[in-house]
Design a binder for this molecule. Structure first.
Ligand code: SF4
Length: 337
């Protein structure tokens, strides 16, 4: 049986055609599941009993099982169990501009970034499309409010699950469904260059973020194994191409690790590396966990780093710390289980 949240609207239209029904049935069903938020096919009041029975035999509306939830003032973190008992995390962050949901794309991750809790637990499998869509829907259900922004930045490397992530973006972007605008969707990658190239040609208009975290190969090699395959200069080169082709600004994520990548020299080198690129840098205070090999940079160091970038005319922000009291580091809640 196939889960309804795997279907794009076009696929659902084709499904209805295949069972000798009209295409508009797909639009009715889409409206019921995404806007009226029904949980069972039986609640689709525009379908007759026979149609409901037939669909129920082939399509399920099964959801994820919530097994843990941590709530703080601005953050909610969920641990969900999947059909095969694997677990994933989803985080809601409440901003003054709306509700943002950070979703996972894989069970575990093979990229092995040494500062990341998710990378410690290797990839078990890719998430199916419906398992990503349901993270957004479950967040909406909890909030009883609309999710306005989606960040694809949770457990997993999205470009290592490329086709499913692309389909997920298409589904949540559909204006007949969740209608989350492409400008409100951000995908973050550790820098898989061939996939950045593919993504550049998709014409999706979503935001791209690159987990950079270092100003040179020496530091990046130590904390991000992917850099041994895709060197920093090649990464910057493809980002320049991406910006030229898409006319979109790119974000660089830079996690501040004490005495690893946070010196004044590092800030100067980073300024040189990114000079002239239409980008901004998001400095991220590190979320220390009990397994961390690293310490977070102190406030003074982060501000000094920020000042140097500013002086060198690099657009820079310091990310607000979310939910450090509730195991908010990516993968932290899952690794407890
Ligand atoms: S930071 Fe992202 S890419 Fe790196 S190990 Fe963690 S989840 Fe994977």
């Amino acid at each position: 049986m196939k889960n309804i949240f795997n279907y794009t609207l076009v696929e659902l239209e084709n499904y209805f055609l295949s069972i000798n029904e009209k295409k508009y049935r797909a639009h009715q069903l889409y409206d019921f599941i995404y806007n009226k938020k029904i949980n069972i096919i039986n609640d689709v009041t525009t379908f007759n009993t026979l149609l409901k029975e037939n669909i129920s035999k082939e399509i399920s509306l099964d959801t994820l099982t919530l097994i843990d939830k941590k709530v703080s003032q601005d953050t909610v973190k969920f641990l969900f169990e999947l059909d095969d008992k694997e677990k994933i995390e989803t985080v809601i962050m409440k901003h003054d501009y709306g509700n943002s949901v950070c979703i996972s794309t894989q069970v575990g991750c093979n990229m092995g970034c040494s500062f990341c809790e998710s990378g410690r637990l290797k990839k078990v499998r890719d998430l199916e499309v419906y398992e990503m869509v349901l993270q957004v829907l479950m967040a909406e259900k909890h909030l009883n409010e609309r999710v306005s922004h989606v960040v694809i930045m949770g457990i997993g490397e999205p470009f290592d699950n490329y086709a499913n992530v692309l389909k997920f973006i298409n589904i949540i972007n559909d204006n007949k469904g969740l209608n989350i605008g492409s400008r409100h969707i951000t995908l973050s990658t550790c820098g898989i260059i061939p996939k950045i190239k593919d993504f550049m040609n998709e014409g999706l208009g979503v935001n791209l973020a690159i987990s950079l975290h270092a100003p040179n190969d020496i530091i990046r090699d130590k904390i991000m194994p992917i850099n041994k395959v895709y060197y920093i200069n090649n990464l910057i080169k493809i980002v320049r191409e991406y910006i030229q082709k898409t006319n979109r600004r790119v974000t660089f994520e830079y996690i501040m690790l004490n005495d690893i990548n946070d010196s004044e020299t590092d800030a100067l080198e980073l300024s040189r590396l990114l000079r002239g690129i239409n980008c901004y840098i998001n400095l991220i205070p590190y979320n220390e966990t009990s397994n961390s090999a690293y310490k977070k940079s102190n406030k003074e160091k982060i501000l000094r780093f920020y000042d140097i970038l500013k002086k060198n005319k690099i657009n820079v922000t310091i990310r607000k710390e979310f939910g450090s009291d509730i195991d908010a580091a990516c993968g932290q809640l899952r690794s407890k289980y």
